[in-house]
Design a protein around this ligand. Structure first.
Ligand code: CA
Length: 235
């Protein structure tokens, strides 16, 4: 069985070994050395499986997994975890990881897990054939966002968002009519280990507003003084 595998791993030696071994087995591979690069590569699409190291610089593998699963419940993800981190394994599996392999791993074991995850995913895929996935859209007034295609429209106008702006808008739409604090948004959109200033939220809210606002149409993102922001149709 072959396929395309995205390797998200910051340790050069391990990443190269994986690339080499998977290449021998006939898999095509791509590689990313951090969580954000991994997400970017993932979003380019076309992956049959993702190998995801948990200990990554920037945001962790668990956070990467959470973001992948927020839009995609199907692509198998195998976590590479440290031997003693039970917590990572549990939260990884809770978040929908297909499997995990403990470092240091035997390549034969990893290859077996990969084959098994790909088989399971192919079996699930054949069961789905014919029943097209429903289009999942999040809407507020004339704003429409499709998480699968990553398209955003205000009325008929197509809106281009950066990945971060998109994630922020998804979070606001999913929690519309709820007042969200800057801290909540940092945690959910930027990730638990984000160490910067919460002012970044105000900056991004400004960007998103500018893009989604339309003359003559009601504003959707409202400032709640001293608290944060809320997305709703009417003020
Ligand atoms: Ca690592």
């Amino acid at each position: 069985m072959t396929g395309t595998i995205l390797i998200i791993e910051d340790e050069e030696k391990i990443a190269r070994l994986l690339e080499l071994e998977l290449g021998y087995e006939g898999y095509r591979t791509g590689r990313a050395g951090s969580g954000s690069e991994g997400l970017d590569k993932y979003r380019e699409g076309g992956w049959d499986l993702i190998l995801l190291d948990v200990m990554l610089p920037g945001f962790s593998g668990i956070e990467v997994l959470r973001r992948i699963r927020s839009a995609d419940s199907l692509t198998p993800v195998i976590l590479l975890t440290a031997k003693d981190s039970v917590e990572d394994k549990v939260s990884g599996l809770d978040l929908g990881a297909s499997d995990y392999v403990t470092k240091p791993f035997q390549i034969e074991e990893l290859l077996a897990r990969i084959r098994s995850a790909l088989r399971a995913s192919a079996a699930a895929g054949s069961g789905r054939e014919g029943s097209a996935q429903p289009e999942e859209s999040l809407t507020a007034g004339s704003l429409r966002l499709n998480e699968q295609t990553r398209e955003v429209f205000r009325g008929e106008r197509r809106i281009e968002l950066t990945p971060r702006e998109f994630d922020l808008l998804v979070f606001l739409l999913r929690n519309q009519r709820q007042v969200l604090s800057r801290e909540q948004m940092i945690r959910e959109v930027w990730g638990y280990d984000y160490a910067g200033d919460t002012n970044v939220v105000d900056v991004y809210i400004r960007y998103v507003r500018k893009k989604i606002d339309e003359e003559g149409l009601p504003e959707l993102i409202h400032t709640v003084r001293g608290v944060g922001y809320v997305l709703k149709e009417s003020p």
